[in-house]
Design a protein around this ligand. Structure first.
Ligand code: NAD
Length: 270
């Protein structure tokens, strides 16, 4: 059901790789709620991904950009305002990748070149998005910017290795730019800390199935799905959340506030 929450709004959605992607589900909802959107992803992901299929469904132009390249992002933001016919009301940063995780490196044996890549792709790119958008004056007053995080920024999850550090930086950047853009243009910046979600990025983490099940049993509401997350993102893009900024917002079915659940006690067998 559509509520017209984003009627007349324009924005960029990054990170839609396939139908499991949180960004893919968000693009479908944003379109449903009346927004005009530009889709973007890394050029390499476009070749592998199915983004054209999505673009057709949501009537969007695709502008490729490697999120680590300031030059690509300048082209993304300037072309997007051109294509959409005005400044942006929302931006979704839904980007994450760790070569160390992909190659199974432990936290005590990280390859530092890859570590820098993890940070650049998964965290600094969020800064780059906003620095470019500010310099090009691409954002409308009261625009909303959302990045996606995970609770490993606050608590240690052994298999999340350098992505945990990247998420901590990502959340800090949301505060840094939230202050700056709030003062400048009433723009709000938040991160959503999402439950484990079976996507390409999510399932790439070692032990994903086990910690997905663990989180499911720990959370009184169960894990939040990718679709639930898309709904939450839409609410943050809407005018109903105008005064929410510089927050890391848990979207996890209650996981982050639960010490232990009956299900976990049962599993322990005593
Ligand atoms: N899936 C989970 O369990 C989970 C939980 C919490 C947070 N998140 C976060 O949600 C976000 C979206 O991930 P997802 O789960 O939808 O997985 P996904 O694999 O569908 O999306 C990740 C996207 O990042 C893109 N990307 C990678 N390198 C890039 C680059 N250099 N430039 C531009 N784009 C690049 C990929 O092409 C892909 O589209 C990520 O930030 C992820 O860390 C995921």
């Amino acid at each position: 059901m559509s509520y017209g929450l984003l009627k007349g709004k324009k924005g960029i959605i990054s990170g839609a790789l396939d139908e499991n992607s949180i960004a893919w589900k968000t693009a479908l909802k944003a379109h449903e709620e009346g927004a005009s959107i530009v889709l973007t992803n890394a050029p390499i992901a476009m070749r592998m991904g199915k983004i054209n299929e999505l673009a057709e469904k949501v009537n969007a132009e695709i502008i490729p950009a490697d999120a680590t390249s300031v030059e690509d992002l300048e082209s993304l933001f300037s072309k997007s305002t051109e294509v959409l016919g005005g400044q942006l009301d929302f931006v979704l940063h839904s980007i994450g990748m760790s070569p160390n995780i992909r190659k199974g490196k432990e936290y005590g044996d990280l390859n530092y070149d890859w570590y820098m890549k993890s940070l650049d792709i998964s965290a600094l790119s969020f800064h780059k998005f906003m620095q470019v958008a500010e310099k090009l004056d691409s954002l409308n007053e009261w625009a909303s910017i959302v990045g996606l995080s995970y609770i490993a920024a606050q608590r240690t999850y052994p298999f999340y290795t350098d992505m945990a550090d990247a998420k901590a930086v990502l959340e800090s950047i949301a505060r840094g730019f939230g202050y700056r853009l709030g003062k400048a243009k009433n723009v709000r910046v938040n991160t959503i800390s999402q439950s484990p979600t079976p996507t390409t990025a999510g399932s790439g983490i070692g032990g994903f199935d086990s910690f997905f099940d663990f989180a499911e049993k720990m959370s009184p509401l169960g894990n939040a799905t990718g679709e639930d997350c898309a709904n939450y993102i839409i609410s943050l893009f809407s005018d109903f959340t105008k005064m929410v900024t510089m927050q890391n917002l848990y979207h996890d079915g209650g996981y982050s506030s639960t010490g232990i659940s009956e299900e976990i006690i049962e599993m322990m067998g005593k």
